[in-house]
Design a protein around this ligand. Structure first.
Ligand code: ANZ
Ligand code: ZN
Length: 829
């Protein structure tokens, strides 16, 4: 009989859908399990085989959980706003709404081909007004709590396209659209104060079951740094310069100061500066370099002295020069540093280049240093103070606090984390639901003048427009839709205007896991009780606000490493905030987070349309079946590693399924006798291995174990009924269609996917070790656990190392050794 996977797969997919086999039940008495993969970002290209890898992985885990007795929520939806669809609209004139629907239909069709056990009744779309109503609502809550504010910040600007670009469109300083150079331009932008949550984002990590690499990346991104702010007076002026340092102990060696080119003090200092024109030119030039370029370790240091400006080192009371240089960033610390070339690499390189004085103030313990700049590089370690007046000889770590307090330095904490730029001058995004009224602004003490759209007026829907191109001055295309922009002020009812910026495409994905819980709720982003059920267990934070120990959230979330410092951090921020204002019952959104490796094109290059190496699932499913493709996706290599697609690889998993089919339809003995020990041993070992491998996402080795089992089965005429059933149960999460078909052929009336995950029996599992009995002159003297297959030589070595035996034998050498493999060794002396 032929393995007709096309017929089988279609048949069971229809049946599962009819029976609603995979729908999650709110408030079910079974324990809940919420498993999630990052929902796809819609594009016109559809899914390729790389996208599918995490979907199949989480499908296997979800299916196993159901078989283990859980009520599983395994949902899907579409991240629908964003650039590709908008750029497509600019090119073709096809409205993003239309393209989005078409793309979603295609993604859904492709996912259904794979037989994923998703609960389709909970499908969401971030560009649906019923969805983004709540994205806007959350924004207004952030606004209400002072966490959304407008600031003038530099953005990427393409002067030839006359368009503001997202960072990902301006990679390498080149415009993604025309290839021309990108400039920085100051622009008013909405910002979200994620920095207010820096400590919570950092502290929360310790209770989470995230891959260590993920935690490390988030920690580095947040970049908490504890140090001091030290103030330097400027000669002949009322002004002073504040610097942030983590090394107050090195202050005696601070031989010059450096300001960032964008430092606000620059204008105030101008009257003192003698080389104004030169300084101005330098600043213009510096602004064109990207931050990455500026701080790169090995990049050539540039800068210029502010002639006529001198500061006083508050420890030495000596006059030191002030420079401007672009290796100091405006956005970090105070935007100014005290430079200590003897103990900081960057300052050292700079001082060397510009012949600035280098004074060692910490002596390495192993070096007798005469205090001159004799070292070929900066010394960054600890030691005893030198050239530090009365502190000479003091341990530098101790000297730090003494120096800090002597010069009145303030303790301060800085973060690398920056606030989140939350507006785009584009069309295809959630409108920011704010209104500006000039009249009310005059009376607004904060001077901001922005008013929230009333809750009852949400959602602020995107109007239909004809021209999707941003205007020449970089404004959103929405700015030209007068009928939409002009509104009544929600406060004074006078004429007012809507904000025309829209949200970035990270907005909708920051809370989508909450909407799956209650996708059709019109009164709230999700029902509280449902959230408690699906995100529980819920334990209240202590009255002091300590939320550590409060667990909960999505049980298992898998996604890409490229999102660790973006989406994953953003959504943790929103959830922490929503928890603080009492909307969400748990502080952290995700209990466990894992990551998949990329699937690359043939020969290991990135899969992309421009390289023409994109492999799509559709043809593969047609030719080999969904089960064979699913299996190959998991067999291709270690899940967390990047691997190249091998077009021949699927032949292997397809052949394996053929073999399973053949045994399943013709070699099953209908005698229901108990499994014999040999067959059982292999079976139970396989069950044990697959059970553990799924949990550690070692899917490839799990499949190997199944293959070994099937190879063994092929050696027998008949396979007994019971072990075969167990094998099918193990196969079910991986190849759900074939497993279901063969299961029903055994006469089973209910779906295999509603059956229980098989348990293994240790007694069948052949032990890898045995107990070696040690005799001396035929008398039992000792026992030791040894590996099976131990040779006589190995046994002798083991035995002579036993303290008991050593003592017994003393200097005597055995005259004879009797060895019975895997049982006994007898030393005759
Ligand atoms: C003097 C000093 C001496 C420093 C020394 C280091 C070593 P982290 O740990 O990353 O926070 N710094 C401060 N603000 C800066 C800015 N806006 N742009 C570039 N560099 C800046 O690093 C803090 C250190 O980075 C600070 O401590 C300062 O240099 C520099 F032996 O001050 B240090
Ligand atoms: Zn008004």
């Amino acid at each position: 009989m032929k393995y007709d996977f096309r017929k089988i797969e279609k048949k069971w997919q229809k049946e599962w859908e009819r029976k609603k086999l995979y729908s999650a039940k709110d408030f079910d008495k079974k324990p809940k399990y919420y498993s999630l993969f990052e929902f796809p970002y819609l594009s016109g290209d559809g899914l390729h085989v790389g996208h599918i890898r995490p979907y199949v992985a989480m499908d296997i885990i979800s299916r196993k959980r159901r078989m283990e007795g859980y009520n599983v929520l395994f949902p899907v939806g579409w991240d629908a706003f964003g650039l590709p669809t908008e750029n497509y609209a600019i090119k073709t004139g096809i409205p993003p709404q239309v393209a989005t629907k078409k793309n979603a239909d295609n993604f859904r069709r492709q996912m259904k081909l794979l037989g994923l056990s998703l609960d389709w009744s909970r499908e969401i779309n971030t560009s649906d007004p019923n969805y983004y109503q709540w994205t806007q609502w959350i924004f207004l809550k952030l606004f209400e709590h002072g966490l959304a504010y407008k600031a003038n910040i530099p953005i990427n600007w393409c002067p030839s396209c006359k368009i503001g670009l997202a960072n990902e469109e301006a990679a390498g300083g080149k415009c993604d659209r025309c290839g021309g150079p990108v400039e920085k331009r100051m622009k008013e932008q909405w910002m979200l104060k994620i920095t207010a949550y820096a400590d919570k984002l950092l502290g929360g990590l310790k209770n989470l079951d995230f891959l260590p690499e993920i935690k490390r990346q988030q920690e580095n991104w947040i970049g908490r740094s504890q140090g001091h702010t030290i103030e330097f007076r400027i000669q002949n002026s009322e002004l002073s310069i504040k610097t942030f340092t983590t090394r107050a102990d090195t202050l005696p060696g601070a031989t010059y100061l450096v300001l960032a080119p964008e430092h606000p003090l620059m204008t105030e200092l101008e009257p003192l500066i003698k080389n104004k024109a030169y300084v101005k030119k330098y600043i213009e030039q510096a602004k064109r370099r990207s931050d990455q370029e500026r701080v790169q370790e090995n990049s050539e240091k540039t800068g210029t002295e502010l002639k006529g400006v001198n500061a006083i080192n508050p420890f030495t009371e000596k006059e030191i020069p002030v420079w401007v240089a672009d290796y100091v960033l405006a956005q970090y610390g105070t935007g100014a540093i005290m430079a200590v070339p003897a103990h900081d690499e960057r300052d050292f390189a700079f001082a060397r280049r510009f012949k600035l004085p280098i004074v060692s103030v910490i002596s390495p313990p192993t070096l007798f240093n005469n205090g001159k700049a004799s070292l070929p590089q900066a010394y960054v370690g600890n030691g005893k103070m030198i050239n530090a007046g009365d502190l000479n000889g003091v341990d530098n770590v101790k000297a730090k606090e003494v120096i800090a307090s002597r010069v009145g330095a303030k303790k301060s904490v800085n973060y690398k984390l920056r606030d989140w730029v939350f507006s785009r001058q584009r069309y295809w995004g959630e409108p920011i639901p704010l209104i500006y009224c000039e009249k009310c602004a005059l009376q607004d003490p904060s001077g901001q003048g922005w008013l929230a759209v009333r809750d009852m007026d949400l959602p602020v829907k995107l109007p239909k427009i004809k021209n999707y191109k941003p205007s020449d001055d970089g404004q959103s295309p929405l700015a030209s839709v007068a009928s939409w922009v002009n509104v009544k002020c929600p406060k004074c009812k006078g004429p007012a205007k809507r904000e025309t910026d829209v949200m970035p495409n990270w907005a909708g994905s920051s809370w989508y896991y909450l909407r799956y819980i209650d996708p059709k709720n019109y009164k709230a982003l999700a029902d509280r009780k449902k959230m408690e059920y699906w995100l529980g267990p819920v334990r209240r934070a202590t009255p002091q606000g300590d939320a550590s120990g409060v667990s909960g959230g999505v049980d298992w979330y898998n996604g890409g490493m490229e999102h660790v410092t973006l989406h994953l951090l953003y959504s943790r921020f929103w959830n922490l905030f929503l928890h603080d204002i009492g909307v969400v019952p748990v502080p952290e959104p995700y209990k466990k987070r894992t990551a998949h490796g990329l699937i690359l094109g043939e020969h290991g290059v990135k899969m992309s349309k421009s390289k023409g190496n994109v492999v799509i699932p559709d043809d593969l499913v047609k030719e080999f079946g969904a089960d064979a493709l699913r299996l190959y996706e998991m067999f291709i290599g270690p899940f967390e590693q990047a691997v190249a697609w091998d077009p021949r690889g699927i032949l292997g998993t397809s052949r394996f399924l053929e073999r399973v089919w053949k045994i399943g339809v013709s070699h099953i003995s209908n005698s229901r006798e108990l499994e014999n020990k040999e067959e059982g041993g292999l079976l139970h070992k396989m069950i044990k291995k697959v059970t553990a491998d799924i949990e550690s996402m070692s899917f490839n080795t799990a499949i190997s174990a199944m293959m070994i089992f099937i190879n063994e089965c092929q050696k027998h005429d008949k396979i007994s009924y019971e072990p075969w059933k167990k094998f099918l149960l193990i196969l079910a999460p991986f190849a759900p269609h074939l497993a279901e078909e063969l299961w029903r052929r055994l006469g089973e009336k209910t779906s295999i996917h509603k059956s229980s995950w098989p348990e293994y029996d240790e007694k069948f599992i052949e032990e890898e070790t045995f107990e070696l009995v040690i005799q001396v002159n035929g008398k039992l003297r000792d026992k030791v656990l040894a590996a099976r297959g131990l040779s006589q030589k190995g046994a002798e070595k083991l035995v002579f190392e036993r303290p008991k035996i050593k003592e017994l034998l003393g200097s005597k050498k055995p005259v004879k050794v009797i060895f019975i493999p895997e049982r006994l060794i007898n030393l005759v002396v």
